[in-house]
Design a protein around this ligand. Structure first.
Ligand SMILES: [Zn+2]
Length: 382
């Protein structure tokens, strides 16, 4: 069989670029390539676009899961690439085209050089950016059946030397949640503002109190961020006094417990400031929750030793990344590790319009994953 052309696959995925939850053609293409690698089984799910492929040696041994996400982000493609995104306003600016390609490369390797024992689950994940795909897989109960001993995922890391493996025990990425705080007062004719109940004082007080929660020192235990995303009262109607408002924040911390405390604080602040204005109503909606990835010490050791076997530099990161990753949810349920793979010091940051996953990283990602699987299959978890 002709070997997979990994750069060509990534370029095709890049061009297809579909947003979270709408990855119809991306999934079809992945399935088409995956099936040629003859997995023992492929599971599809009616309520998501996730794919779970099983490579079972048929001999007893550990069950490992590897994840590769495949959704694109809502950013315009401004690079003049021959494989530029064909979807307006959506492009692979987080490198998930590369992550999915690496997982297909791993499928090929598992097909050509099967492990000694145990089985490998390949989780091609949809809807990572919206923090949905991992939860959707867990809710199907399929993992209760396979009970993975260890779960692994990688994310490319711009600003770090190409191919450097980055990891740490404990939190690797933060717990993150977003909220919409809506305020409903009363509008009036702009000529009679005294008859309105403008939500501005409450919106401002809520915003100021939440911004006061910021503790920027990532090395400190009390690190937490409350980031203002949008602040708006009223609308562009010059004859009307502002009657409604919305304040949007993202909250993040290194551990879930602190994030839960921040959520309670935001709810208290909203209730208190609303109560100061009789007649004002408020509502707080939580969305896009990402659990902190909790890296297991044994799994981190597997990553470190795979990096050494592959001759790759290893960086033990002193602090977690402040972004969230949906894979964190899996590490809350199973031992595992999320690790980084440097995508180059010149690479623009994730979600930047000029970001493009480096093709040179594709075989490196496959190699690291395969070494982790091979080593675990031989002895680590036995
Ligand atoms: Zn990403």
């Amino acid at each position: 069989m002709t070997p997979l052309d990994l750069p060509d696959i990534r370029h095709t995925l890049h061009k297809l670029a579909e947003p979270s939850g709408a990855e119809k053609n991306t999934r079809a293409l992945i399935l088409q390539i995956l099936e040629k690698q003859q997995p023992s089984q492929v599971h599809l799910f009616p309520d998501s676009r996730n794919i779970l492929a099983v490579f079972d040696t048929g001999r007893p041994g550990p069950t490992l899961l590897f994840r590769g996400d495949f959704d694109a982000v809502r950013v315009d493609e401004t690079l003049n690439l021959p494989y530029a995104s064909a979807t307006p306003g959506v492009a692979h600016k987080c490198g998930h085209d590369g992550h999915a390609t690496i997982l297909l490369g791993l499928a090929e390797q598992l097909h050509q050089q099967p492990l000694e024992c145990g089985r490998v689950l390949l989780f091609f994940q949809a809807a990572e950016e919206t923090g949905q795909g991992a939860g959707e897989l867990l809710h199907t109960g399929i993992l209760d059946r396979y009970r993975p001993d260890c779960v692994f995922a990688l994310h490319n890391i711009p600003g770090v030397e190409l191919g450097t493996v980055v990891c740490r025990p404990g939190s690797f990425t933060c717990s993150v949640v977003s909220c919409d705080i809506t305020l409903h007062g009363r509008a009036s004719h702009a000529a009679e503002p005294q008859k309105a109940l403008c939500p501005y004082p409450a919106a401002k007080a809520i915003t100021d109190r939440l911004l006061a929660l910021n503790r920027y020192d990532m090395t400190a235990d009390d690190f937490q961020l409350a980031t203002l995303v949008e602040f708006r009262v009223g609308e562009q109607a010059y004859g009307v006094t502002a009657g409604d408002g919305v304040v949007r924040f993202t909250l993040r911390s290194k551990e879930d417990a602190r994030l839960q405390a921040m959520k309670r604080e935001a709810e208290t602040v909203t209730a208190e400031e609303t109560a100061k204005m009789p007649g004002l109503a408020s509502e707080i909606t939580w969305k896009e929750y990402f659990a902190a990835s909790r890296n297991d010490a044994g799994a981190v050791e597997s990553v470190r030793s795979a990096a050494a076997d592959c001759g790759l530099p290893y960086l033990d990161k002193p602090t977690p990344f402040s972004w969230g990753e949906d894979f964190g949810l899996l590490t809350q349920h199973y031992p595992g590790a999320l690790f980084g793979l440097g995508s180059g010091t010149e690479q623009p940051s994730l979600h930047h319009p000029h970001f493009d996953f480096p093709d040179a990283l594709l075989p490196i990602g496959v190699k690291v994953f395969y070494h982790i699987a091979q080593k675990a299959s031989c002895h680590f978890f036995m």
